[in-house]
Design a protein around this ligand. Sequence first.
Ligand SMILES: *[C@@H]1O[C@H](CO)[C@@H](O)[C@H](O)[C@H]1NC(C)=O
Ligand SMILES: *[C@@H]1O[C@H](CO)[C@@H](O)[C@H](O)[C@H]1NC(C)=O
Ligand SMILES: *[C@@H]1O[C@H](CO)[C@@H](O)[C@H](O)[C@H]1NC(C)=O
Ligand SMILES: *[C@@H]1O[C@H](CO)[C@@H](O)[C@H](O)[C@H]1NC(C)=O
Ligand SMILES: *[C@@H]1O[C@H](CO)[C@@H](O)[C@H](O)[C@H]1NC(C)=O
Length: 567
Amino acid sequence: MLSSPLFLALLLPSLSWGTPVRRGMQVLESRQSAPGGYTLTGSADPDSVLTFRLALVQSDYDGLIDALYNVSTPSSAQYGQYLSAEEVEAYMTPSNEATSAVNTWLNENGVQATVLSAAGDWLSVRMPVSQANDLLDADFSVFTHPKTGKQAIRTLTYSIPTDLAGHLSLVHPTVSFPNPYGYMPIMNFSSSGFTPEADTGPCNVDAITPACLQWLYGIPTAPAKSGGNHLAVTGYIEEWPQRTDLVTFLTDYRPDINAATTWTLVTVDNGSDPQGQYDAGIEANLDIQYTIGLATDVPVTFISAGDSYYPTDDEFADLLLYTALYMLVPPSPPQVMTTSYGDDEYLISEALAISLCATYAGLGARGVSVLFASGDGGVSGLQDNECTTFIPTFPSGCPFLTSVGGTENIPETAVSFSSGGFSNYFGRPAYQNAAVSEYLAYLGDNNAGLYNPNGRAFPDVAAYAVAFEIVADNYTTGVAGTSCASPTFTSVISLLNDELLQAGRPVLGFLNPWLYSVAVPALNDITVGNNYACSDFTTGFNATVGWDPVTGLGTPNYPKLKAILGL
Ligand SMILES: *[C@@H]1O[C@H](CO)[C@@H](O)[C@H](O)[C@H]1NC(C)=O
Ligand SMILES: *[C@@H]1O[C@H](CO)[C@@H](O)[C@H](O)[C@H]1NC(C)=O
Ligand SMILES: *[C@@H]1O[C@H](CO)[C@@H](O)[C@H](O)[C@H]1NC(C)=O
Ligand SMILES: *[C@@H]1O[C@H](CO)[C@@H](O)[C@H](O)[C@H]1NC(C)=O
Ligand SMILES: *[C@@H]1O[C@H](CO)[C@@H](O)[C@H](O)[C@H]1NC(C)=O
């Protein structure tokens, strides 16, 4: 078991509680009202201690993005020349002025900060509600979600000293709210449908297996051979894959490989992976079984983050942050990372979304392909919900990662739960300009006013997403969701990376500039189906020829991808 290399050095411990110096303040973030149906139900206990994350302004965000595109764009001279941890850190490290201004302010108020990131751009501080209210001109209160009973201590506005403007990007948790319905795009078994005359190979309509996906996408069964190729699977609170279930799964579905093949555990933010009788996580088992089961012999790392005994005040943002900070540090991080968790974008503040997204730019610059499931609510967000305008998911709206939507049926059609749409925070990146403009022309006035036509559009690609057979607690069961699609697409990329490494070439890194320019003809364009909207199962967006906000550019065709890479 590897331990987390997170930095936990104390910054300037202060020996006495200084007299707070009152300064001019300015609002950093605010909301008109609590989002997502939360209502104010009381004041917060003044003595209740909160853990805050502070994001300092990075010294050269624009430089980082420039470097990311240089190493990820096939036509660029620097394509594939990925940056070291230190080079990425240099862009992310705040200026000395910013670091010292923020620390001076904290120390004047008797607050000790812990540095969370190697670059020093993320700090952690703990303080009681009373002090947070005072320091941030805030009004921390208890907000309750009536349908689920979920509670959170949040404020609708907070301020920082005027002289910290331009140095401090955000304090969290403040105006970002937890998703009352959870973070996993996974559902119980839903049956697929095959077109009667279609050739369905080894696929069974009620039980999609590795053999079916290998046949459908031409994924090789031969073991990966290169040294140094790795795949990372993230697992968040209370989702633990089970070793005995993996043995059963491999025995049943990959009898051609060693059933003892397993993962390496990495824990961050007090993560663990207990192996007791009732510890099986459906999501974690799915993600592990379909990466180890498809990316044959690629070493898989399971990054387990979070622990319900020490819950943080916002699990999701924290787990994304800890995982990304872990991945930024090693000299050779896993080259692909799949995450089947997400959130509704509007629950997270724009500043927090931008700061978390920047960590994926850093990973891309390092040559890591970051893949996320797009969500299971069609255009209604992560899960199907009532809504009056379309709800993009996070982090799929971040332009520096690859969002994976879902399909069903053979031949494949879009599955209606596949989340897709347009970010309200991130503008459309250049790499998808042509593809998205073409779709907007097809769409015309349909859905006008329900989505942001200038936003970063997602998903980027798709893969099969219903009736996946998994083993959990020694039972075989079927699951559906874009949670199935992300590990599948990730495994394809990992096997392509393996062939690139064997040929002495760089791995694919941040995929999108390559996907939208070079790889398009090597993907199966999905042109039938649509995603549902806002609980009434009316249609959101149609799938059509070319990119669409249901299945992106399409599903993988391994032999064609290999050919397009000249392998
Ligand atoms: C990106 O590439 C351009 C053109 O080669 C170069 O001028 C620029 O300095 C590069 N930027 C970074 C951050 O590497
Ligand atoms: C499937 O349904 C069962 C019973 O309702 C529930 O306990 C389980 O959590 C569900 N699984 C998923 C992945 O939704
Ligand atoms: C991790 O667990 C320890 C106790 O083992 C606890 O003191 C600490 O606060 C926890 N850390 C986090 C980040 O929750
Ligand atoms: C979407 O498809 C449906 C059914 O095929 C069609 O009636 C509708 O006009 C399409 N929408 C757009 C925007 O083309
Ligand atoms: C799992 O089930 C199989 C039969 O399906 C049984 O032979 C095996 O002992 C069970 N394993 C555990 C750990 O319960």
